[in-house]
Design a binder for this molecule. Structure first.
Ligand code: MG
Length: 344
């Protein structure tokens, strides 16, 4: 594996550009911020380390991590998303220097404190502005996610993601692809599936049973779209609608004719919108997402997640709704994820 070497000049507080008190922005209070909690295996590529843990056990894993402490981890699947979030924050700080309505990123890891040092080194090396660390020592992250008023939790462990969703926290599983996607550097792009992601899967059942289309409950990611919308409004208020650094997409396999009206009316009834809405009428999502180049795409069906990932999109799985009861076409990875005791 080609691990980048730590540049000594950029380690810890030798890095004047982010360590100087005048340049380093103060993190917002959790109740004001849009908080993104990300696990270490979501943020960084730790496949090699995970393999050592699974095959050789905890002690070998820890000695390996300590031995490689000064070697930063390479970017993982959530890395481009977190970088883009920081770009949005920089724009918000320019427009609203005193506002705490910003993204805040928390590193939520079950790893041992020894690994924490390598994580801090990696964060500094990649010049990420992550101030909050939560090392749960293997315990469930749910209590911490709640304490931080988490608006989105990204993890490589589908068991923990499932637990978060059951507690009403927007969450998704991300998968290591071994390649860095090509994504825009100045605009955060987030794409959502409709059913069982933005909308509850109940909506489909209610619709089928009663033919109602005036009441659709929200899905697990609705609140995150809402949070993005809140930040978008701050740019619109300053006349920057056309130059907004956040862009959202609804990408659904449904057809516009059968369910487009219902989807769009539902979003409107919530006071929400996506910048673009794509009704693919059964066409594969991967090629469309390849054109959009989102930093992250959320879907409840592994079939769509895998199809998008094959064409280079960072696709995250939302383990929610009726689709989870149907085995995915190639669901082997998620099953393995669910069974293995995960470090993240
Ligand atoms: Mg769906």
């Amino acid at each position: 594996m080609n691990v980048p070497q730590m540049n000594e000049r950029h380690s810890f507080c030798d890095r004047k550009e982010t360590c100087s008190p005048s340049r380093k922005p103060k993190p917002p209070k959790p109740q004001n911020a849009i908080t993104i909690a990300v696990s270490s295996r979501a943020l960084f590529s730790m496949d090699q380390e995970q393999e050592i843990y699974e095959q050789q056990g905890m002690e070998d894993y820890l000695s390996y991590q300590i031995k490689h402490e000064t070697q930063p981890f390479a970017p993982g699947p959530a890395f481009p998303f977190i970088k883009a979030v920081e770009v949005v924050n920089a724009r918000l700080r320019e427009l609203y220097p005193d506002s705490e309505e910003l993204f805040d990123v928390v590193l939520m890891t079950s790893n041992h404190a020894h690994v924490g040092l390598r994580l801090i080194n990696s964060i500094n090396h990649h010049q990420l502005l992550i101030e909050r660390f939560c090392m749960t020592g293997g315990n469930s992250p749910i209590g911490y996610l709640k304490a931080y008023h988490t608006n989105l939790y990204l993890s490589a462990d589908s068991g923990k993601v499932r637990e978060a969703i059951e507690e009403g926290i927007a969450a998704a599983t991300v998968f290591s692809t071994g390649r860095v996607p090509e994504v825009p550097e100045t605009q955060l792009r987030v794409a959502f599936d409709g059913d069982a992601v933005l909308f509850s899967d109940e909506s489909e059942r209610i619709y089928k049973a009663h033919g109602l289309d005036n009441f659709v409950p929200g899905g697990p990611l609705k609140c995150f779209l809402e949070a993005l919308g809140k930040l978008q409004q701050k740019f619109y208020a300053k006349g920057q609608r056309l130059d907004c650094p956040i862009r959202t997409y609804l990408v659904t396999a449904r057809s516009a004719a059968s369910s487009g009206t219902r989807a769009l009316k539902t979003l409107r009834s919530w006071g929400l919108e996506t910048d673009e809405a794509l009704f693919l009428a059964g066409a594969p999502k991967g090629p469309m997402l390849e054109k959009i180049r989102p930093h992250i795409f959320f879907d409840d069906q592994m079939f769509h997640v895998e199809g998008a990932a094959e064409l280079g999109t960072v696709a995250a799985h939302v383990p929610y709704g009726i689709a989870q009861k149907i085995p995915a076409k190639t669901g082997k990875d998620t099953t393995k994820e669910m069974q293995a005791k995960q470090l993240e």
